[in-house]
Design a protein around this ligand. Structure first.
Ligand SMILES: Nc1ncnc2c1ncn2[C@@H]1O[C@H](COP(=O)(O)OP(=O)(O)O)[C@@H](O)[C@H]1O
Ligand SMILES: [Mg+2]
Length: 458
């Protein structure tokens, strides 16, 4: 037997049988506690979480059925086997209904008992393996801390697995808050470079004049204030990964220097002429359209191609709304650890309907705020969400409409509203019917049908 010793509770009012079976079970490596009655068994069950219970069915006082019920109720994972004194199927079936795994009829040999027990243990092993597989499945909704169950995110996880193994330069594009930095970190932590440093530098957060020194380091006296010699981020990231965020904001002269560092894997510290060689994997990120900037000449085309060896595009959150419930659960657990906090149906509807210009970061902030506002309640409600979400359409609360004195023609009125909303959805998606249908939560075919009818009416 492998694993910890299984603890067996053996219940039978027949002392001889009990003693013999208990002894043989002990020979097989089980830890056995004996009980001579149902009452005693209930007592023992209260005190200890047995792995296995084997009990006679017919006993004076508390019978085996009740013992099984109590054991299974208390320890759902317990393996329960009943011994039937009469061999009647009915008793056995009854016990199985109460949660027993199997039964064995008296008189029986020890080997028969072992056979039944092995089968039940195997069964339980499979069940817990299923639970394990399920948890594995949930694991697949994330990659190195990036959560996502939507198609685009699942595709991204596959891509990341592959690119993490390579040393190629990566360019991550995506709106602010889509997770560019989390993705860069996940790549590093799943790469062969994970034992070395992940060094991040936000190119837009540092004044142009200092950025070069920040990247490549400087020697003493290289510029006013350069009191000592300092390593740059490239050197710090040696053998590891350098993450250059907002790379689109870099000046033309610095772009040349970065290009050389990428091509030759060498550079000089500011104010020095000694060449330094490094082994660094570069991951760059930008929320601007670098391809367009390169075409227009505001970003070096050669540098763009150097960076864009492996392009990764992060879709905005509004294009992967399937991820919203997963992220909401994750952030609520993050900001209210250990609580059962969840979003109400109408709050979740508002969260799903919102366009999230700030993407996941904005959602994260909204959840932090909601946790603070809901003050210990177990449910986040619409009122706990930021104001801009409360104006999002909520199907359960219709917009206020003027009801004319003389009444109105309901079907025509609704048709006008419908037409207006469809038109606005199409405007928003620049005529893309798939996305308009998504925004309206209807099937594309339904939308097409409605458009046909509207056209016919006109
Ligand atoms: N897919 C995701 N799963 C979990 N958290 C995410 C995800 N995407 C973004 N975040 C979180 O949102 C915030 C913004 O992400 P970040 O990587 O800084 O975005 P970006 O660099 O694109 O502006 C971070 O707190 C990050 O942890
Ligand atoms: Mg960022």
């Amino acid at each position: 037997m492998t694993g910890p010793t299984p603890h067996v509770l053996f219940v039978d009012d027949e002392p001889a049988l009990r003693a013999i079976m208990a002894e043989r079970l002990r020979d097989r490596g089980f830890e056995v506690v004996e009980a001579e009655s149902g009452e005693k068994a209930l007592d023992l069950l209260e005190q200890f979480a047995f792995d296995i219970i084997i009990t006679d069915l017919r006993m004076p006082g508390v019978d085996g059925g009740r013992v099984i019920e109590s054991a299974v109720g208390r320890y759902p994972g317990i393996v329960a086997i009943v011994i039937t004194g009469y061999g009647t199927i009915k008793d056995a079936v009854d016990a199985i209904k109460r949660g027993a795994s199997d039964f064995i009829a008296k008189p029986f040999q020890f080997d028969e008992l072992m056979h039944v027990l092995d089968k039940a243990l195997e069964q339980r092993r499979l069940t817990s393996e299923n639970a394990y597989l399920r948890s594995q499945l949930e694991e697949r909704y994330q990659f190195g801390g990036i959560l996502g169950r939507s198609r685009p995110m699942q595709d991204l996880f596959h891509l990341l697995e592959t690119v993490a193994r390579s040393a190629s330069t990566i360019l991550i594009t995506g709106e602010t808050g889509t997770g560019k930095e989390v993705v860069a970190r996940a790549i590093h932590h799943n790469s062969p470079r994970r034992a070395h440093r992940f060094v991040a530098l936000n190119c837009s957060a540092i004044p142009e004049t200092l950025l070069e020194a920040e990247l490549f380091g400087h020697v003493r006296g290289a510029f006013t204030g350069a009191v000592g010699t300092r390593q740059g981020r490239f050197e710090q990231a040696h053998k590891g990964t350098l993450f250059l965020d907002e790379v689109g904001t870099m000046s033309a002269s610095l772009q040349v220097k970065l290009l050389r560092a990428l091509q030759e894997r060498e550079f000089e510290r500011v104010g020095d002429n000694q060449t330094i060689k490094v082994d660094v994997r570069v991951i760059a990120a930008t929320n601007s359209d670098l391809a367009r900037m390169a075409a227009e000449g505001s970003f070096r085309e050669d540098l763009y191609y150097r960076l864009n060896v492996i392009p990764i595009q992060l879709p905005p959150l509004r294009d992967r709304r399937d991820d919203i419930p997963l992220l909401v659960t994750h952030f609520l657990a993050k900001f209210a650890p250990g609580s059962q906090l969840h979003a109400s149906q109408s709050a979740m509807r508002a969260l799903m309907a919102f366009d999230w210009p700030g993407n996941v970061r904005q959602l994260e902030n909204a959840m932090e705020r909601a946790v603070a506002l809901c003050a210990g309640r177990s449910e986040i409600d619409v009122a706990d969400l930021p104001p801009e979400l409360q104006h999002a359409p909520d199907a359960s609360r219709p917009p206020y409409v003027e009801f004319p004195e003389e009444g109105l023609d309901l079907p025509r009125y609704l048709a006008v509203i419908e037409r207006d909303l469809i038109q606005r959805a199409l405007d928003r998606t620049r005529g893309n019917r798939n996305r308009a249908a998504d925004l309206l939560r209807i099937k594309r075919t339904t939308l097409v049908e409605k458009l046909r009818r509207i056209g016919a009416e006109r």
